[in-house]
Design a protein around this ligand. Structure first.
Ligand SMILES: NC(=O)c1ccc[n+]([C@@H]2O[C@H](COP(=O)([O-])OP(=O)(O)OC[C@H]3O[C@@H](n4cnc5c(N)ncnc54)[C@H](O)[C@@H]3O)[C@@H](O)[C@H]2O)c1
Ligand SMILES: N[C@@H](CCO)C(=O)O
Ligand code: NA
Length: 447
């Protein structure tokens, strides 16, 4: 920017023109088509914001003949050829690990900056991508990879770089939030709701990535890496999806004034000897209906960040869909173009802390357990003994009689997750327990 301004003042019109920033767009689906449209329709605006013309140099898709709406001279199926051409920035909106990984490594190694929405790739390969970017001095930006339009990567990488983050917790998958919200409010069926989420462009190409929690786990890995200055891969994240969340779980949550959400929880854990590690997990959770995350419905995302100095921050907005995700991609693209025009560089990977990952079994959690038990004296004592055996303390018990059986609901205090699991297993073995109706972790204080 400074250089362009200088040239502009020199009075030489030939020198005054800033060099265009040429962009290769890989993929033109839900997100890519919106990026292509805005880059074409609002080219002058992006040029003004970036300080240099932002030119769409080519669009790589699998089948160019399927895109009559796009200028034919920009379309190609030759991805490698487009990356090797005289482009400065590669915007990757294809998804998946390969061939996206190889394309982006090639681009970064040859000094071309990358903007991507590909959380699966970042969660698996951030080290090699960052090293390739550092070796050539290129930029690697990925705001769209976590929570769509919501600025979250930038605040963690830049705004909070001077603080010590202790916790990041929230709803980071729109598809599963859409499904769980519908199950809670209308009792809608799982399959129909998933189809609606896919039609609205929220779900991944393979929706099992959403439903089984892989998408949220990738995002949790990215958030934890940024928050704790530590490389966390998707395989470090404890993961459970919503496939096992039943109507009985949703009803059981309602009975105790809670609702079910799929949460990503990233925490800094300090051991008794003062040593630090991190716990990163994604699983369904019952939260109080009064909790701020309980009101986050549909495909919306919301993430809490807690830091020593800043205290509690909350980020809320549209975490999926073509236009919201394109907003984050284009924000990154303007930043990269500004860096190119001004000769600067965006933030590098920060992984100096190198903290260990605490196994899920050792992570303190709280459980809700709903049982059908025999309605006779001494049953509660037998159940309580199992909790005592595993050193799990009970926070609340509620019992309701129903003919010859009774329903028993127990909410525990925090205990190591392995002890809670062992408690549930042993309870299921008791003769007096007819059915384990619902077991789920809880977060947030009871109201
Ligand atoms: N849809 C969303 O709400 C959303 C939100 C955040 C991030 N993302 C991420 O953005 C990326 C794109 O998602 P999408 O929903 O737009 O996907 P999509 O399936 O709608 O589009 C993918 C595009 O990639 C192209 N493509 C696939 N394989 C290709 C190949 N081998 N060569 C050339 N082109 C190829 C397809 O033709 C299509 O144009 C993914 O990484 C996804 O995780 C999506
Ligand atoms: N499939 C993802 C897209 C946004 O990353 C979701 O449902 O949240
Ligand atoms: Na984002």
């Amino acid at each position: 920017m400074a250089l362009s301004a200088e040239l502009g003042r020199s009075g030489d019109p030939a020198e005054a023109e800033p060099t265009p920033v040429r962009v290769a767009l890989l993929g033109c689906g839900t997100v890519g088509s919106e990026v292509a449209r805005l880059l074409t329709e609002e080219a002058a605006e992006f040029t003004a914001r970036a300080g240099a013309p932002v030119e769409l140099a080519g669009i790589a898709v699998r089948r160019p003949d399927k895109h009559p709406e796009l200028p034919a001279d920009l379309l190609t199926s030759d991805v490698e050829g487009l990356i090797a051409s005289d482009v400065d920035v590669v915007v990757e909106l294809v998804g998946g690990i390969e061939p996206a990984r190889s394309w982006l490594l090639t681009a970064l190694r040859s000094g071309k900056s990358v903007v991507t929405a590909n959380k699966a790739l970042l969660a698996d390969c951030s080290r090699e991508l960052s090293e390739a970017a550092d070796a050539s001095g290129a930029d690697l930006y990925y705001e769209a990879a976590v929570a769509g339009a919501i600025p979250l990567v930038r605040p963690l990488r830049e705004s909070l770089a001077g603080d010590r983050i202790t916790r990041v917790m929230g709803i980071v998958n729109g598809t599963t939030n859409y499904i769980l919200s519908a199950m809670d409010s209308t009792g809608a069926g799982y399959v129909d709701t998933l189809e609606e989420a896919s039609n609205l462009g929220y779900a991944e190409a393979d929706p099992t990535a959403d439903v089984d929690g892989y998408d949220a786990a990738s995002k949790a890995a990215i958030l934890a890496s940024l928050a704790f200055h530590t490389r966390i891969a998707a395989s470090d994240v404890y993961r459970e999806g919503i496939g096992s969340v039943s109507a009985a779980d949703v009803a059981a949550a309602k009975m105790i004034g809670r609702t079910v959400k799929l949460l990503a929880i990233c925490e800094r854990v300090v051991g008794p000897d003062g040593s630090e590690s991190v716990s990163v997990r994604v699983h369904p959770v019952m939260i109080p209906r009064s909790h701020q995350l309980a009101g986050v419905g549909g495909a919306f995302n919301a993430v809490y960040v807690e830091a020593d100095g800043a205290g509690e921050l909350m980020f809320f907005g549209q975490g999926a869909g073509g236009a919201p995700t394109a907003s984050a991609v284009l924000g990154d693209l303007v930043d990269v173009a500004r860096n190119r025009a001004g000769g600067g560089r965006g933030p590098r990977e920060s992984a100096h802390a190198g903290l260990g990952v605490r196994p899920m079994g050792e992570t303190p959690t709280r459980y809700h357990i709903s049982l059908q038990v025999a309605d006779r004296p001494g049953v509660l004592a037998q159940v309580s003994q199992v909790f005592a055996k595993h050193d799990v303390s009970i926070a609340a018990v509620r019992q309701r009689d129903k003919h010859s059986t009774a329903s028993l609901v127990v909410v525990t205090h925090a205990a190591p997750d392995a002890a809670l699991r062992a408690t549930v297993d042993d309870i299921g073995e008791l003769d007096v327990v007819h059915e384990v109706v619902s077991v789920m972790r809880v977060e947030g204080e009871d109201s």
